[in-house]
Design a protein. Structure first.
Length: 277
């Protein structure tokens, strides 16, 4: 009979958030698979847990996953932990869960902290329907293409971002979604300097031009307005773009403005308006 894989959520900043059930699970499994054993051993020491650790992360998950699966199939039980948060969510743990599912190994989740859900809850934005996007790619072209795809997404969107990339990401969000879309920037969740700033994307851009981003961020972005009434045609949209151009707005800015409230493609509006000039 095979063992069980336990997905144990760990604190994202405050050790007081670690549940008694999570502690008990780590104490009773045969071994623990950790994203970074150096980080996890500090957690174990805090709770007085002594347990064998193996490494499982993005760079070794193929070979390590097979080794862990073999031990599970032999009857051992394993707890999978990340440095912070819930394993298998935007994490290579999803591959280990897939291996276990294919092999018939039971997988149980020991719930706990999830930064995305915590940020959504305090954002002040609609929570009934949302989409989690995780970290955007560092490739400029791919990142902007993804944001263009999300421009008409009506659900609330959740992104993770590192401080050194925040300004660039906010600029790209402003370009794709327009300046007036609401956003909540949740910083250092559950930690000493936890902070949530609720503003518009343009407000966030302006704020971080003057202030240095610090800590890890979760960005919660308002979805696009619902499409109601008669859909705006490309021809109608181009007419609006050209009208704004006549008022002195740059063509690129006019296309972005019209795209933000019509749901039409900014690039298509721009190209069509160029042809009409």
């Amino acid at each position: 009979m095979s063992g069980t894989l336990y997905l144990v959520a760990t604190p994202i900043g405050n050790l007081g958030d670690f549940s008694p059930r999570a502690v008990e699970t780590l104490e009773t499994v045969d071994f623990i698979a950790a994203e970074d054993t150096r980080v996890s051993v500090k957690l174990l020491n805090h709770f007085g847990i002594k347990k064998s650790l193996v490494s499982y992360h993005e760079h070794n998950h193929v070979t390590a996953g097979q080794a862990i699966l073999s031990r599970l199939l032999a009857g051992e039980s394993c707890a999978l932990v990340t440095d912070a948060g819930t394993p298998a969510i935007s994490d290579p743990g999803e591959d280990l869960v897939r291996l276990c599912a294919e092999a018939g190994v039971p997988v149980l989740s020991i719930p706990g902290c999830c930064a995305a859900v915590n940020a959504l809850a305090v954002s002040g934005l609609p929570t009934g329907r949302f989409t989690f996007e995780g970290f955007l790619t560092v490739n400029k072209k791919s990142r902007r293409e993804r944001l263009e795809q999300l421009r008409t997404e009506e659900r609330t969107m959740i992104f993770h971002e590192a401080p050194h990339k925040l300004r660039t990401t906010l600029d790209d969000l402003c370009e794709a979604f327009g300046p007036d879309r609401r956003i909540a920037l949740c910083r250092e969740l559950t930690k000493l300097h936890e902070e949530t700033m609720r503003t518009t994307i343009k407000g966030a851009v302006d704020h971080y031009r003057e202030n240095t981003p610090k800590g890890e961020y979760v960005l919660v972005v308002e979805g696009a307005p619902s499409k109601t009434g008669t859909a705006v045609t490309l021809e109608d949209g181009v007419a609006q773009v050209l009208a704004l151009r006549e008022q002195g707005m740059r063509l690129k800015d006019a296309a972005r403005e019209v795209a933000s409230h019509t749901g039409l493609s900014k690039n298509e509006l721009y190209a069509a308006a160029l042809d009409r000039r």
